[in-house]
Design a binder for this molecule. Structure first.
Ligand SMILES: *Cc1c(COP(=O)(O)O)cnc(C)c1O
Length: 428
């Protein structure tokens, strides 16, 4: 590995004209110290920085690059689309194709609308739930992230957890008052609050597999009970599958757990590396959207042809027989190896993983199952581990409160190199 002089220079240059030098907070490496790595290019499972260093990439743009960087199938479709124009502000055929593909793979989604980011999709889904039910309050879970719009910037994980900011300035009291944040996996508490607030609740929004406080797995009956009780009181249940969708299984967490939410929020993978988001679900709810219904929602670049082409190519590639099994196996090999090294080097850590999604929590606890557990981790040790791995050419998520991702391009060789690097770092 060479030094990272150019990254350092670019970061000080960037800080003069971009707040914090980055266009999204976690990129600044605030939680792990040092300067962020400026990326020059990527190929397959690897990224290369501006100083010529090569890294095995476990961030993958926070999930979208599940096929790895510069996948030939995606690039081919995008190139074809580019030649015919990049945006029209009028409908195109490919939007139907993507909507049909999503509704085929997600039986709970009868109709879907495409937007430009996960934030926009979650925000619109919440407005729709409020419009549909005529009620104002929403329940979310501590450490779950649904984008950065006002009513969900309450105990929101990730970048916010990283910086120890429980919520954000600029969010009015009035808006925050309508948001109830509860601990994930605590179904007794959820029941109690829903019984009390049922007449005021428009919706419950949840990451069925939270991945923005590190990866957390839902306990046995948590999601099924959530489904039963929201159904009983006509409260809209929204699954935010922006990360889990198409990743933990083609049909997301709802396929794995066999649960039909009323609305689903998608993003990341469905844009194949371009800006996109989507929300969809029961037709009677979706029909409340403008121009059919009274809930307004719109977007100049919604259903953008380039993003839609990349998403279509990505999803089609993922539908190939055995893709998720392969992702599962390669991730299992990595986690198995890392677990052994952690024991061998006398460290205490919990690895949470589902499919190709995982987090290593440095903690004395035996399980990490909510935001409180995640917050109790040894963040200093995590920062040292992160920097050690980076110096060995392993690019992990730069925060204890984030998920790591694996692509179909990660090979057994990459896994072995990662495990060996972890052994060296943890031994030191
Ligand atoms: C990334 C993410 C979002 C926000 O998506 P953006 O495209 O970054 O706006 C929403 N929900 C979850 C679960 C996410 O991981």
């Amino acid at each position: 590995m060479k030094n990272r002089i150019k990254s350092k220079q670019y970061f000080s240059q960037a800080q003069k004209v971009i707040p914090g030098g980055v266009n999204s907070p976690v990129r600044a490496f605030g939680a792990v110290g040092g300067e962020p790595v400026f990326i020059a290019r990527g190929k397959g499972a690897y990224i290369y920085d501006v100083d010529g260093n090569k890294y095995i990439d476990y961030v993958l743009s926070w999930g979208p690059m599940i096929l790895g960087h510069v996948d030939s199938r995606v690039i081919k479709e995008v190139a074809k689309t580019l030649k015919n124009g990049t945006s029209f502000g009028a409908p195109t055929k490919k939007e139907i194709e993507l909507a049909e593909l999503i509704t085929e793979i997600y039986p709970s989604i009868e109709k879907v609308r495409l937007v430009s980011s996960g934030t926009e999709a979650a925000m619109s889904a919440i407005r729709l739930a409020r419009g549909f039910t005529g009620k104002d309050k929403i329940i979310k879970f501590e450490g779950c992230y649904h984008g950065h719009f006002d009513s969900l910037l309450v105990k929101a994980g990730s970048g916010l957890a990283t910086f120890g900011v429980p919520s954000s300035k600029g969010v009015t009291k009035g808006i925050a008052q309508d948001t109830i944040a509860l601990p994930f996996n605590d179904i007794a508490k959820v029941k109690e609050v829903i019984e009390k607030e049922k007449d005021n609740l428009a919706c419950v929004i949840v990451e069925p597999i939270p991945a923005n406080m590190g990866v957390i797995l839902p306990k046995g009956n948590f999601l099924t009970t959530l489904r039963e009780i929201t159904k009983k009181y006509n409260i809209v249940l929204i699954f935010d599958e922006v990360i889990s969708g198409f990743r933990v299984a083609l049909g997301g967490a709802q396929e794995i757990f066999g649960i039909k939410p009323d609305l689903t929020v998608l993003g990341k993978i469905i844009g194949g590396g371009f800006p996109i988001g989507a929300f969809g679900g029961r037709a009677d709810i979706m029909n409340y959207l403008s121009p059919e219904g009274p809930v307004y929602q719109a977007g100049t670049l919604s259903g953008n042809p380039v993003a839609v082409s990349a998403g279509l190519a990505t999803i089609k590639a993922l539908t190939k027989e055995g893709t998720h099994e392969k992702l599962d196996n390669i991730t299992q090999a990595l986690i198995g190896g890392l677990s052994k090294i952690i024991v061998k080097t006398n460290h205490k850590a919990v690895i949470n993983r589902i499919g190709s999604l995982f987090t290593i929590f440095f903690s004395d606890k035996n399980i990490i199952c909510d935001y409180n557990d995640a917050s109790s981790c040894d963040l200093k040790k995590f920062a040292k581990f992160f920097q050690g791995m980076l110096a060995q050419g392993i690019y992990l998520a730069p925060s204890q409160f984030e998920a790591n991702f694996i692509s179909v391009k990660h090979s057994l060789q990459d896994i072995v190199k990662t495990i060996r690097s972890a052994e060296r770092v943890l031994t030191k």
